[in-house]
Design a protein around this ligand. Structure first.
Ligand code: ATP
Ligand code: MG
Length: 1066
């Protein structure tokens, strides 16, 4: 059942924007809030979906719910996806931009019912399923159909994607409304702005959801209103708008006065006054229409022509005829003809003749036959209706031209059907007959699309179904439209047949043919009771929506819609572009009768049905709460009646008995397969099996769904919502996954390319390195070869083979030598052994280097040190290699003196002061006789050496008398000073022991200036005890140092061997 199908879909681009702002969590909270809110508020505000009504079969319960909601200003209620709307007759503030935002892109049942919710759902379904839809807005006159269609249009204008180009289309779509309403709407008793034509409007959308164009079909304008209105009604708004709102200049140009009362077509017959409409402001509406016409891009000349026509109709209405002497009609008010002539661009004379004569064919001739006054009035009214009617058609075509989308790319459409509602007046004529027939047809369509098709579908799908009784109004449709038998056929027959056909003969024919039909009654056919409610010229139809009694008066004329041929010809001469266009010279000649109005209308309804049948239907059922257009007044009887004839009860029953949602397995699977791992991404088996698997995975309970032959049926919307919500979540996950996969794929590709590039670079690099390595090795091999060859031939005379090697050896030796040079002059051992070829060079270098070191050393030493060294040099020249303990003394520096002046006894000091003391040292003196050791001081002056004991000078030896000094070769410290003794009294040689032997002796040499008087003696030293008497000191080396008098009377000096001695011996 289509009506119960909860359509779901993606949001359009415009909606997506809003969706994005509402997080999932926020939405869930909102839904919960709304659900809880609606449950707790149920007693007060009623329930928002009749499907949730417990007593869903009770008309009273439905009515109660509607009333409760109406009293709370809640005018919308759902039956599934069908929207029931009750006209509030007051502004509720629920059509603001904020409200539109709230409803954009939100799931249908998430928010309280609203016309925006329906509009949004249709739009999203269209985008998701890329198919065509229509919204059928039905209800009786004044129930709010036109308002509803405007709200839907406004919603799309705001919610659809916007670009400069699209905004242009949007403005035209929106502004086509006031123009059409000005020309096609009028105040009736039922509605101050009643649509007097049927309107079907297609809004075309591109694949992005942008409104890119539109198309309007109009149905049967109630033209008779131009010349006549019922008491309390008005003609079409445009007349009043022009007269009330038209600018002074314009009115002057059109020959109009700003006074509606002046125009007989606007004044009620017998009343002499226009009906007042407080809810309509003609002046401001005029401005809207004027602005709309320019936005829609009507040219100024067309606009002028259009107003000229409106004015012409008003002037035409004021044309009156008087009978001449023969009873023929003549015109008596030339000013109207003058204006007509000016505005239509037709000579006055021609108009005059046209309005008072008709052309008839007499044999082969055409002759003008004058009208009686009645005939002339009839012809005039017919002309007024024709001009207005045709102008209206032209207007619709122009609007379509302006709304047309020339782009041939594929579009989806949403159709809006706002057609005149079911009407019952006290007197109902041909127009009401057509209007109610139209409603009958739409009800039939509704039945076909919903109730009947619903049941048929269940049967077809093999789903158990509890049959819901409903009234099928096909019988009434047939009564009206059946070929040869229906009311329209009978009417046409009467119109066409030769002879005197009148409205009454038509009624008789009807009685003849329809007698006994359960939905047809006339005075004659009715029973006693009913007869009282019927006039003789009435027939009554028992419509699905109730009984309507039609007066047959005017049926034939209105059906014929006769316009005399010569008046058409007059119109063809018009200079007014629109009139010229509306009365084309190619129009079929009146010799062949045009189709009657009823037949034309019937065919157009067939066309409409076809258009609608090819689209997905959505319904808005409008109701009026009272007949008085009163806000806040809920007339139970009136509403109950509407509930009944709008088929709400049946719809609700079907809705409850059936399943809320169904879809072909393929479509269902295609949409929801991502929700189950087994069905995603592809299901291998049949679609039905896939769906079974999917719903099992989703945890549907057995009573929640049924599997049909080709479709799955889901009982409760909530089951589907849960699935849809899961899909919403999953969709994002999927998108993320697909995105990730794609990104991964891209990055992988990049990575592979980079890796390949890296490998290539690496290969090249490695190749280059390998080549370099190889070259290096080849070079190394050559070098090594040369090296080996050089090595092998190193001892041969210089040749090609060894030059390089020898150079290398030389360089290598020199380099190494540089690193290993001796650090000090005395280091005689450190010197690198040279290779054979460097032998000579090495020696030279060694010498050079030693010299260099010596020079450097010498340059580096101080004067004192130099003096010291010179002394040491002297010592060395005397003792080096001769005395065993000499090497030990080398390192001990010499000092100036060993005894300071204070330590020399003052007496001694005074005695020898003049000679200047040069050096003094403590010694041990051995007696010449007995060799007793005595501690003495040995003091050198400039001329002599003194042996001093305290204050006594024990012996003075003049340097001139010093013959020599003897020391042993051993390591003792003995020295024997040999003195020149000529005198016996003189003391003999001195045998002394001094710890600073070398220092004392070297100083002696220097002071005495005798360099060769020191003798290093081996074995024994002979000395003079006194002249002529000799003594001996024997030296030998032993285990320990000992000095003693040997048995032979010699002084025995035994000293220990030193290493250096061994060395010396070596
Ligand atoms: N939703 C609404 N909110 C407020 N007022 C409304 C609403 N719907 C309708 N009306 C009022 O009811 C009046 C009649 O509505 P509308 O013209 O839409 O009726 P209709 O069903 O189109 O009638 P008809 O068949 O005669 O054309 C409007 O002019 C407006 O004053
Ligand atoms: Mg309307």
């Amino acid at each position: 059942m289509q009506i119960t199908t909860r359509k779901t879909g993606h949001s359009g681009t415009g909606h997506m924007k809003t969706l994005k702002h509402v997080s999932l969590e926020e939405r869930c909270n909102r839904i919960l809030r709304d659900m809880e809110g609606s449950l707790t508020a149920r007693d007060r505000v009623g329930i928002q979906d009749f499907v949730l009504l417990d007593a869903y079969t009770s008309e009273s319960a439905v009515l109660d719910n509607l009333r409760k909601r109406f009293n709370e200003n809640l005018i919308y209620t759902y039956i599934g996806t069908l929207l029931v709307s009750v006209n509030p007759y007051k502004e509720l503030g629920i059509y603001t931009k904020k409200q539109m935002d709230i409803y954009m892109g939100v799931n249908f049942f998430e928010l309280p019912p609203h016309i925006y919710a329906l509009a949004d759902n249709v739009y999203r379904t269209m985008l998701t399923e890329t198919n065509n839809h229509f919204i059928l807005i039905s209800g009786e006159s004044g129930a709010g159909k036109t308002e509803a269609s405007k709200k839907i249009l406004q919603f799309y204008a705001v919610s659809c994607p916007s670009t400069k180009l699209l905004d242009n289309v949007r403005d035209r779509l929106l502004l086509s409304n006031p123009v059409l309403e000005a020309f096609g709407n009028a105040k009736t008793l039922k509605n101050d702005n009643s649509s007097r034509f049927g309107k079907y409007m297609d809004i075309q959308f591109d694949h992005m959801g942008g409104a890119v164009g539109g198309h309007i079909l109009s149905y049967l304008l109630e033209k008779s209103r131009v010349v006549h209105q019922n008491h309390g009604e008005r003609s079409f708004h445009i007349f009043y708008q022009l007269v009330e709102g038209g600018e002074e200049d314009l009115l002057r140009w059109l020959g109009l006065e700003r006074n509606c009362q002046r125009y007989s077509y606007l004044v009620q017959v017998g009343e002499g006054e226009c009906a007042k409409v407080s809810s309509v402001n003609d002046k401001s509406d005029w401005k809207t229409v004027r602005k709309a016409l320019s936005v829609i891009e009507f040219s100024e000349s067309n606009i002028e022509s259009l107003f000229a026509i409106i004015a012409s109709v008003l002037h035409l209405g004021n044309v009156t005829f008087v009978a001449d002497s023969q009873g023929y009609a003549t015109l008596n008010n030339s000013p109207e003809i003058h204006w007509l002539s000016k505005l239509l661009g037709i000579p006055a004379q021609v108009i005059q003749v046209g309005l008072t004569h008709r052309k008839i064919e007499a044999r082969s001739e055409e002759v003008l036959s004058p009208f009686t006054v009645d005939q002339a009035v009839y012809a005039k009214d017919a002309l007024a209706k024709a001009i207005y009617g045709r102008t209206f058609t032209w207007l619709v075509n122009e609007l379509n031209e302006s709304l047309a989308n020339k782009d041939s790319s594929r579009k989806t459409v949403i159709g809006l059907l706002d057609i005149y509602g079911f009407e019952v007046f006290s007197v109902n004529s041909f127009e009401q007959f057509c209007i109610n027939y139209c409603n009958e047809k739409l009800q039939q369509l509704f039945i076909q699309l919903t109730l009947k098709s619903e049941q048929e579908e269940y049967e077809m799908e093999g789903i158990e179904w509890e049959s819901v009784p409903y009234f099928n109004n096909k019988i009434i449709c047939d009564l009206v439209e059946e070929k040869f038998k229906g009311i329209i056929s009978v009417l046409d027959e009467e119109c066409l047949r030769p002879g005197e056909a009148t409205d009454m003969t038509f009624l008789e024919k009807l009685e003849e043919k329809m007698g006994g039909h359960p939905h047809f009654v006339t005075h004659k056919l009715a029973d006693q009771k009913t007869r009282k409610t019927l006039e003789r010229g009435d027939f009554r139809l028992l419509h699905y929506a109730g009984e309507v009694t039609y007066s047959v008066v005017g049926f034939l004329d209105k059906n014929n819609d006769l316009l005399y041929r010569n008046i058409k010809e007059v119109m063809r001469q018009s200079k007014n572009a629109i009139v010229k266009h509306c009365f084309p010279s190619t129009e079929p000649d009146s010799k062949k009768r045009p189709e009657t109005v009823a037949t034309q209308f019937k065919s157009s309804l067939v066309g409409l049905t076809e258009i609608l049948m090819s689209k997905e239907p959505w319904y808005v059922r409008c109701m009026k709460p009272n007949e008085g257009k009163q806000p806040g007044l809920f007339d139970d009887v009136l509403v109950r009646h509407q509930v009944k004839y709008l088929g709400l009860m049946e719809h609700l029953r079907v809705r409850r008995a059936g399943f809320a949602y169904r879809r072909r397995y393929e479509i269902f699977l295609q949409r929801y397969k991502p929700l189950c791992p087994d069905t995603w991404p592809n299901w291998k088996g049949t679609a039905a099996e896939g769906v079974e698997c999917l719903v099992k995975h989703l945890g549907y309970k057995p009573d929640e769904y049924k599997m049909g032959r080709t479709k799955i049926f889901i009982r409760h919307p909530r089951t589907l919502f849960a699935t849809e919500d899961a899909f919403e979540v999953c969709k994002h996950e999927l998108a993320t996954r697909i995105q990730a996969k794609y990104k991964g794929y891209r990055v992988k590709g990049d990575y592979m390319r980079q890796r390949q590039a890296a490998t290539k670079i690496e290969t090249c690099w490695r190749g280059m390195k390998a080549r370099r390595e190889r070259e290096k090795r080849a070079w190394a091999v050559k070098v090594i070869k040369r090296f080996i060859k050089g090595f092998m031939t190193r001892n041969q005379p210089a040749c090609v083979d060894n030059t390089e090697y020898l150079a290398f050896v030389r360089q290598n030796y020199l380099t190494r030598l540089k690193e290993n040079l001796p650090k000090t002059v005395v280091d005689k051992n450190t010197w690198l052994t040279p290779p054979p070829i460097m032998q000579e060079a090495s020696q030279m270098l060694r010498k050079l280097y030693t010299r260099h070191m010596v020079r450097r050393y010498v340059q580096g030493i101080m004067t004192e040190r130099k003096a010291q060294l010179q002394i040491k040099g002297l010592t060395s020249s005397i003792f080096k290699g001769t005395k065993e303990n000499y090497p030990h003394s080398v390192g001990i520096p010499f000092v100036d003196t060993r005894i300071s002046e204070e330590d020399i006894h003052i007496k001694v000091y005074q005695m020898i002061r003049q000679e200047r003391i040069k050096y003094s040292v403590p010694v041990v003196k051995y007696d010449r006789n007995g060799f007793r050791p005595r501690f003495r001081q040995l003091i050198y002056t400039g001329s002599a050496a003194y042996l001093v004991e305290e204050a006594k000078i024990k012996q003075r030896v003049e340097f001139n008398n010093l013959k020599g000094v003897s020391v042993s070769t051993l390591s003792d410290n003995f020295l024997i000073l040999h003195v020149q003794c000529e005198d016996i009294k003189q003391k003999g040689d001195l045998v002394l022991q001094c710890d600073y032997l070398f220092e004392a002796l070297t100083k002696l040499c220097l002071v005495a200036n005798k360099h060769n008087f020191i003798k290093v003696v081996q074995g024994s030293v002979k000395f003079d005890i006194q002249p002529g008497r000799e003594g001996f000191v024997d030296f030998k080396s032993g285990q320990e140092t000992m000095i003693y008098r040997a048995k032979n009377g010699h002084l025995m000096v035994e000293s220990t061997r030193t290493k250096s001695r061994a060395m010396i011996q070596n």
